[in-house]
Design a binder for this molecule. Structure first.
Ligand SMILES: [Zn+2]
Length: 354
């Protein structure tokens, strides 16, 4: 999962401007890559709640249909992640390709997305965090949301001083969520986990209980792994910010998630997604660890299309996030054109990550 930073907000606002100017049409031949990897999280019916700070991480089943119909209309081949290296090497420009990826292992992907994906004959990949599959990991961003939804005041300590935030109205809750989130993301993983667990317990929520409710269990994943159109990839053991861990711990999160998934599912696991996946969460060290663990591909959440030179950077592939805040055809057309990434990458056609 990932959150919207100010730069993201600017970027997503730009999408609408590009669509309105029709720049996506006339710049497309320059900007569009050989293909795209789309990133999804939850797919479920819209919830009628005023405070939903994680809303950008969910789309409705109806919008997934729009995504698939638009890909089809634009002539994209939907291919499995395993086919990406060959497809990049072949450098075939006649038809672009799209890969559909779902992060974290949510049960709603099977319940709401899968029937639609089947109807379109679309292969898809789900990146599983193994602790969530065991029903015990900490979905801390959901715990934080639920805690703030229930509490009228949030108190955490900042540099030893108490930071007290009102959280009665939806606006106050939204501000409190982002303030706490920023604080926690800036500090060590351990603090992030303990502060969230503490707020959850103040709100009467038992920490580490949400995974069993929201995520697919090992039994469900074993059934899914037998499906020819489904690829199960790894997404670490506990969904940490890998860059915050020492090298031994980061290597363990990556390599052990592969081994554990393979043992539990009885098949090879060759593809990986970095938790959060932004620049501050995964960089050169993580890319190397993932490659050394024997993964064939790995996806980030750095935005962009795929170009032939990504053949040499298969462990730091960019993705295009399908953002729940912009569930419009105009946004899709713009993202599929590649034009926003020209702006994002300051004019460089392919931002190559090392
Ligand atoms: Zn994730």
């Amino acid at each position: 999962m990932q959150f919207m930073r100010p730069r993201h907000r600017l970027f997503t606002a730009g999408i609408e401007v590009i669509a309105a100017s029709r720049a996506d049409r006339w710049l497309r031949n320059l900007a569009r890559g050989l293909g795209i990897v789309l990133m999804f999280h939850h797919v479920r019916p819209r919830r009628d709640v005023a405070f939903a700070p994680n809303e950008l991480l969910e789309i409705t089943p109806e919008f997934l249909i729009t995504v698939l119909a638009e890909l089809r209309r634009e002539g994209f081949d939907i291919i499995p992640i395993a086919a990406v290296p060959d497809r990049l090497r072949s450098n075939r420009r006649s038809r672009p390709f799209a890969v559909l990826t779902f992060d974290d292992g949510y049960r709603d992907n099977v319940e709401h997305a899968w029937p639609i994906l089947k109807r379109f004959g679309a292969p898809w990949t789900i990146y599983v965090t193994t602790e969530f599959a065991g029903g015990r990991g900490q979905l801390w961003w959901l715990e934080l949301e639920q805690a703030i939804a229930r509490l009228d005041r949030i108190v955490i300590s900042r540099n030893g001083e108490p930071l007290s935030l009102p959280s009665r109205t939806p606006n106050e809750k939204q501000d409190a969520f982002h303030a706490v989130y920023r604080q926690l993301r800036a500090g060590p993983m351990e603090r992030l986990r303990t502060v969230t667990a503490d707020l959850a317990s103040q709100a009467g929520i038992i920490s580490n209980c949400l995974a069993a409710e929201f995520c697919l269990s090992w039994d469900e994943l074993r059934d899914l792994a037998r499906e020819p159109d489904v690829t199960i990839g790894a997404h670490t053991l506990s969904h940490p910010v890998l860059a915050k861990l020492d090298t031994t711990a980061a290597a363990r999160e990556i390599a052990d998630s592969k081994t554990l998934l393979e043992r539990r599912l009885g098949r090879p696991v060759r593809h990986f997604a970095y938790p959060f996946g932004d620049r501050l969460s995964a960089g050169a060290r993580e890319f190397r660890l993932v490659r050394d663990s024997g993964f064939e591909t790995a996806v980030t959440s750095r935005p962009g299309h795929l170009f032939s030179n990504h053949t040499d950077y298969l462990h730091s592939l960019p993705r295009v996030s399908i953002n729940g805040l912009f569930q419009t055809r105009a946004a899709l057309r713009t993202l599929f054109s590649g034009v926003p990434f020209l702006l994002w990458n300051r004019g460089r056609v392919a931002e190559i990550e090392t």
